[in-house]
Design a protein around this ligand. Structure first.
Ligand code: GLN
Length: 489
């Protein structure tokens, strides 16, 4: 097997033993990514300096200089994170030509650790969507079967890893956008506890929910990347001051003494037979590793979707007000057809710059926040959000990690739901509550559907208990050993 399907951990070993150079690795991934991109559309743009940066790492290695834990490893970055000197579009016409003067803290930390930005991964416009179909740059396809969506909004980040167009990537998760595409593409995806990872330099969608996290081939790789990107940041006052544990060094598949909670409300929906089977197999695995399975109840999760879509759209309407055609971003052509007044200046710019899903959300969010409706919608949603968080805290007095499906079904077909926003929103039924409560959550590959599409299981842990969650994922990964079966594109 060529090294192209290797995990970060395996590539790192080859680099340490001087079997491969950073330049060889970066060139190989760049070539593969560029040749598969017309089919998969996982990338919006590539970093033209990637090979040059790899050469610099090699020369450091050659001189015996100390290098970081990700030295020479290429990484795809969701095009929602600012990269200094590299276009950052949020998959929107609004930011089609935006070149940020600074990098997101996550990107800075990856680069400081020696990581190389390979390119900017496709996504739903402003991370709003569950299928990567709202991207201004066209949909990304699922590498397991290009008739299917890769999930969203971090579809490009998931597809890039599944198709070995990058050994690892960064996604963001506001209501499921790391876990759901990881689930659809058969990769590991981790949404950290809210506050673990700095949001500085990430194009804001819903600030009280957004978190960035790794998408990788193995649990170890995710743990390693998470160590690099986590920790307090003076540029983001919502980051936690807690020390960052060495998760990758403490992975342990022995689950003796752990209690795995099955939230019964997550199993009352219409779950596909394949998904059900994969979840049951995972339960057998955790039991065989010594864990005890207990049933728990989270009655308020049934309101997860309405609370999420009220809060996320409200925050989005406020965050997206900055795209007014004055400060930066797209501006309508007023030279040819002048605007009559300021209102027309804004409305034409925003009407042309935003896609229809983004506009739908701005309208809904503005309505929720407007005088007269604020108490009934935004305030009420915030109150129920608090109660939901308390319910989760209560559940974690009875168990250590929750295990559930990520979605009711494996990936759906391109075009199947794009004209039915409500159907699309319902896809997030098992993922949004995690963000509302600020908990860490992840998807770990656990099986395949009868059509050969990957299926993951979702694990959710108490605030800041990423380690226990990663350990359960590690146990599942070891027993199902699917990680070598990469999409054959
Ligand atoms: N699918 C959800 C939405 O459309 C979640 C998006 C996300 O997590 N960025 O809002």
């Amino acid at each position: 097997m060529s090294f192209i399907h290797y995990s970060l951990g395996e590539l790192k070993k080859c680099l340490d033993q001087k079997e491969l150079s950073a330049t060889e690795i970066t060139k190989a991934f760049l070539e593969r990514a560029q040749s598969l991109n017309p089919k998969i559309n996982a990338y919006i743009s590539f970093n033209e300096k990637a090979v040059e940066q790899a050469e610099q790492v090699d020369s450091k290695l050659h001189k015996g200089e100390t290098v970081g834990p990700l030295s020479g490893l290429p990484i795809a970055i969701k095009d929602l994170l600012c990269t200094r000197g590299l276009k950052t579009t949020a998959a929107s016409r609004m930011l089609e030509n935006f070149v940020p003067p600074y990098s997101a803290t996550v990107v800075e930390r990856l680069e400081k650790a020696g990581g190389i930005v390979l390119g900017k991964a496709n996504l739903d416009e402003f991370a709003m969507g569950s299928s990567n179909e709202t991207s201004y740059f066209g949909p990304c396809k699922n590498p397991w079967n290009a008739d299917y969506v890769p999930g969203g909004s971090s579809g490009g980040s998931a597809a890039a890893v599944a198709a070995s167009m990058a050994p690892a990537s960064i996604g963001t998760d506001t209501g499921g956008s790391i876990r759901q595409p990881a689930n659809f593409c058969g990769v590991v995806g981790v949404k950290p506890t809210y506050g673990r990872v700095s949001r500085y330099g990430i194009v804001a969608f819903a600030s009280s929910l957004d978190q960035a996290g790794p998408m990788t081939k193995t649990v170890y790789d995710s743990a390693l990347m998470l160590e690099v990107i986590s920790g307090a940041d003076e540029h983001d006052s919502t980051t936690s001051q807690r020390p960052v544990p060495k998760w990758s060094g403490a992975l342990n598949e022995n689950l003796k003494g752990l209690k795995i909670g099955l939230p019964k409300e997550y199993f009352s929906g219409q779950i596909s037979a394949d998904t059900q089977k994969v979840v049951e197999q995972s339960l057998e695995i955790v039991k065989s590793q010594g864990a005890e399975v207990v049933e728990v109840s989270l009655p308020l999760v049934k309101y997860g979707i309405p609370i999420y879509y009220l809060i996320a759209t409200s925050e989005a309407s406020s965050n997206l007000a900055r795209y007014d055609g004055v400060r930066y971003g797209y501006r309508s052509n007023f030279q040819e057809i002048p605007a009559r007044d300021l209102a027309e200046f804004y409305s034409r710019t925003r009407g042309e710059g935003f896609g229809s899903e983004v506009k739908r959300r701005i309208i809904l969010g503005t309505y929720c926040l407007s005088a007269g409706y604020y108490d009934a919608y935004y305030k009420k949603a915030s109150q129920v959000r608090r109660l939901l968080t308390e319910e989760f805290k209560q559940a974690f007095t009875q168990c250590d990690v929750l295990l559930s499906p990520v979605t009711t079904h494996p990936a759906f077909k391109v075009g199947e739901r794009v004209d039915d926003p409500l159907q699309m929103y319902l896809n997030d039924i098992y993922t949004t509550s995690t963000n509302l409560a600020g908990l860490p959550g992840m998807s770990v590959p656990a099986g395949f559907s009868s059509e050969g599409l990957p299926i993951g299981v979702q694990l959710t842990a108490a605030h800041f208990d990423e380690q226990t969650m990663l350990n359960v994922a590690y146990a599942i990964e070891k027993s199902v050993s699917l990680t070598k079966e990469w999409a054959d594109v």
